[in-house]
Design a protein around this ligand. Sequence first.
Ligand SMILES: CC(C)(COP(=O)(O)OP(=O)(O)OC[C@H]1O[C@@H](n2cnc3c(N)ncnc32)[C@H](O)[C@@H]1OP(=O)(O)O)[C@@H](O)C(=O)NCCC(=O)NCCS
Length: 188
Amino acid sequence: MSTELLSIRHLTTDDGVTVDSVFAGLSEQSRYLRFHAPMPRLSGSVRRSLLALDGHDRTALVAEVPGPSGPLPVGIARLGRTGRTQGEIAIAVIDEWHGLGIGRRLLTDLAELAGRSGYTLLHAYVLPENRQVLRLLESVFPGATRHWDGWVLQVDCPVNPEMNPRRQPRDSAATSPRPTVSASTRTH
Ligand SMILES: CC(C)(COP(=O)(O)OP(=O)(O)OC[C@H]1O[C@@H](n2cnc3c(N)ncnc32)[C@H](O)[C@@H]1OP(=O)(O)O)[C@@H](O)C(=O)NCCC(=O)NCCS
């Protein structure tokens, strides 16, 4: 399996099949780590909430690889606003595609998107045994800190201010704009 042709695009409200497909590719353990509860099936209400995207306060990115009958979704990362410049992030990559850099790529693109959208701090709620995502978050977001929030860890991830156009000095406004999310991103 190769991620050479991985592309990232915005998830849309019409992406129900994409959400179903990524959920179906998550093992029982991955679903538990993502949703913090056993999740044998995707309930209608959770599915609706995963698709309640407005491109401003609730956005998500989906990673896709070419498949025999079109793009195959392999992971989704989402960002929901929790304050003027703060948001919550969550991510899941289907098990068959773990360990290939897809999670890192999704989070890196999400961090860039957050920076361009004026976010300064993102937080993720992580089960304490989920060492993999703790390591990944702390690597993608230098300066990230963790603290207990009840029985889960809250990881606070500072957004690189250079990615936030509103915080750049006026003179830098003339420099070339950053590409949206990444060269391969399609915004729908
Ligand atoms: C956490 C998760 C998104 C990582 O996705 P991924 O595509 O496997 O991540 P990457 O391939 O980018 O790897 C990230 C790091 O974890 C390591 N890693 C990934 N899979 C691994 C595995 N099976 N065993 C050991 N290390 C692994 C990689 O070495 C990498 O470290 P590096 O970048 O320093 O080399 C994925 O494991 C997942 O979906 N887990 C279940 C859902 C979840 O836990 N969500 C988090 C809730 S917020």
